[in-house]
Design a protein around this ligand. Structure first.
Ligand SMILES: Nc1nc2c(ncn2[C@@H]2O[C@H](COP(=O)(O)OP(=O)(O)O)[C@@H](O)[C@H]2O)c(=O)[nH]1
Ligand SMILES: [Mg+2]
Length: 238
């Protein structure tokens, strides 16, 4: 049944020239008919040109210009996937922190769920080589989010997820306010409020070997306030 589904993988990129070709090759080698959309914010290192040079109809690039941003890039990718009739949308990073080999399991999990999260903090999940301050921050963020918003998930900040089309259609994507880290929390919170069944699949998250993280402290502080804003402004219906 699942092989009849149209599955899109949306990968936001900024300066991932060191990773993108190898990642796309791994995705294309999976025995799944994935359609891949790289959403690139005009990376100066030519990430988008690399995707185009691969000349594979299953791996395309959406070039964004203007303000760059992880959240808006993902949203543009999701809009395109909906427009092109994707049944399932997988979101993942380009830096090999999210192992392509976990995708079949994520897809399988959406048989019984609307959102399947590749999770570091459920039983059997974990992180490899991640600096201890990043682990501490991520753990704290997840406990904080759960305490304030009550989303039934142990890893609400993971960007490795598979969504069923029906749940993405229910979200008013234009209304999403956050960028960066809280973007993932907002997307999950809105999904949960819209009635999504959420499930978690354990993953081992590896720190990137090549390229640089784009995290910055301003983003972290903004996210803390954003979670409170979400709590104050959005409520579970019924
Ligand atoms: N299009 C786009 N992608 C971004 C932007 N910032 C980060 N990314 C991508 O989002 C993913 C996660 O970013 P990363 O820097 O690895 O964040 P970290 O894993 O939290 O350190 C990677 O694929 C990045 O290339 C951005 O401003 N625009
Ligand atoms: Mg990363």
């Amino acid at each position: 049944m699942s092989n009849l589904k149209k599955i899109w993988v949306v990968i936001p990129t900024y300066n991932e020239a060191d990773n993108i070709r190898a990642l796309l090759n791994q995705l294309l080698e999976l025995s799944l008919p994935l359609e891949i959309l790289v959403v690139d914010d005009d990376s100066p290192d030519g990430t988008a040109d690399i995707v185009e040079s691969m000349n594979n109809p299953r791996a395309r690039v959406l070039r964004r210009t203007g303000d760059r941003g992880y959240g808006n890039a993902v949203l543009d990718g999701f809009r395109q996937a909906l427009k092109e009739k994707a049944d399932l949308i997988v979101g993942m990073d380009a830096d090999f922190s999210h192992d392509p080999q976990a995708i079949p399991e994520l897809i399988q999990a959406t048989h019984e769920a609307d959102v399947a999260i590749g999770s570091r903090y459920c039983p059997d999940g974990g992180t490899i080589n991640w600096p201890v301050h990043r682990i501490a921050l991520s753990r704290f963020a997840n406990r904080y989010v759960r305490l304030i918003l009550g989303i039934p998930a142990s890893d609400s900040t993971s960007g490795f997820r598979c969504y069923r089309r029906e749940i993405v259609e229910k979200l008013d994507l234009e209304r999403i306010r956050s960028e960066g880290y809280s973007f993932l929390v907002e997307l999950l919170y809105r999904s949960w409020l819209a009635g999504a069944r959420i499930t978690e699949v354990p993953i081992l998250f590896r720190d990137r070997l090549l390229g640089k993280s784009k995290i910055n402290s301003k983003e972290i502080y903004r996210s803390i306030f954003m979670v409170l804003w979400l709590k104050a402004s959005l409520h579970r219906k019924g």
